[in-house]
Write a protein that binds this ligand. Structure first.
Ligand SMILES: NC(=O)c1ccc[n+]([C@@H]2O[C@H](COP(=O)([O-])OP(=O)(O)OC[C@H]3O[C@@H](n4cnc5c(N)ncnc54)[C@H](OP(=O)(O)O)[C@@H]3O)[C@@H](O)[C@H]2O)c1
Length: 273
């Protein structure tokens, strides 16, 4: 989802090589090294991951192979060729028991297999590469044209008289992959690594707020959105309750900020037609 938008965003101004399974498998160090030696890039971005959070609970080994060992292999290959790496991680590394937006250097407390595996991936990147040669961007609540996402899941349920139940006790920042790609480009164009950087659309809300905005955009007056709790939703993997990322570091690095998530949603809906 993010990778496709990033190819488009970067491809407009830079030469970009996109790689994916089955040609390049992050869990196979040899295929990673060969890909880098072929392309000889000036920078590498890793958007690959095992992202199905609930499935990670029942596929622990695969989750760690892709999300933890994979970034380690990639970082090692980058070090050998002296290429900087921009790696993608998640707000889920924070425990969710906060009361103010999470800053990059706040203590982490990953909960669940997905969060633990992504956390281990962050540490592998930091361990393999010297400071100044890596950036790990933590982002959250992504939606975009090229992947299954919350906006599409809600739109599918919008039918005359429908009553949707949506979690109202998790807070975060819904983020459009197209805006995120613009933000990643700005980080890459600084030409150096920045350690951990949070990047997300501005504004915050709950999944309930997000769902209401999506339903309102359709003009369907007879569709109700009812708030439920995380416990009632009974998903296999735990989700952090308070997951709002602090965006100050990103703003100061780039002198720019992503739009408000409600504007991002409008943009996404306009683009999908
Ligand atoms: N989606 C979110 O809400 C969210 C939130 C916070 C952070 N993130 C992070 O942001 C990044 C991008 O997320 P996304 O939602 O755009 O992910 P995505 O759409 O699931 O894309 C991930 C890609 O990685 C590929 N992949 C899986 N295993 C691989 C392997 N062994 N080698 C090479 N490629 C492999 C997947 O291929 P298959 O489809 O064939 O498996 C898929 O194309 C990830 O690091 C994710 O953890 C996402």
């Amino acid at each position: 989802m993010l990778g496709t938008d990033l190819l488009e965003e970067l491809g407009a101004v830079h030469e970009v090589v996109g790689v994916d399974l089955p040609d390049v498998d992050l869990t196979e160090p040899g295929s990673v090294v060969r890909a880098l030696e072929r392309a000889r890039p000036e920078a590498v971005v890793n958007t690959a991951a095992f992202t199905r959070v609930d499935d990670c609970e029942t596929h622990r080994d695969l989750a760690f192979a892709v999300n933890a060992d994979g970034p380690g292999h990639l970082a090692r290959a980058c070090r050998a060729l002296a290429v900087p790496l921009l790696h993608l991680s998640t707000d889920y590394v924070f425990g969710g028991a906060g009361t103010r937006p999470w800053r990059e250097d706040d203590p982490t407390a990953p909960c669940g297999v997905y969060a633990e595996s992504k956390h281990a991936g962050e540490r592998a990147v930091a361990a393999e590469l010297p400071d100044g040669a890596w950036t790990t961007v933590r982002t959250q609540w992504l939606f975009g044209r090229n992947g299954p996402n919350f906006v599409e899941a809600i739109l599918r349920q919008v039918k005359p008289g429908a009553r949707l139940k949506v979690v109202a006790d998790q807070r975060g920042r819904p983020t459009w992959t197209r805006d995120l790609a613009r933000g990643l480009r700005r980080i890459l164009e600084t030409g150096k690594g920045h350690g951990f950087v949070n990047v997300a659309n501005e504004g915050e809300g709950t999944w309930f707020d997000f769902a209401e905005a999506i339903v309102r955009s359709t003009g369907a007056g007879d569709v109700q959105v009812a708030p439920i709790t995380t416990a009632e939703a009974a998903r296999p993997a735990p989700r952090p309750a308070y997951s709002v990322l602090d965006l100050g570091k990103f703003r100061s690095i780039t002198g720019w900020q992503l739009p408000e998530w409600r504007d991002a949603l409008d943009g996404y809906l306009r683009e999908r037609g």
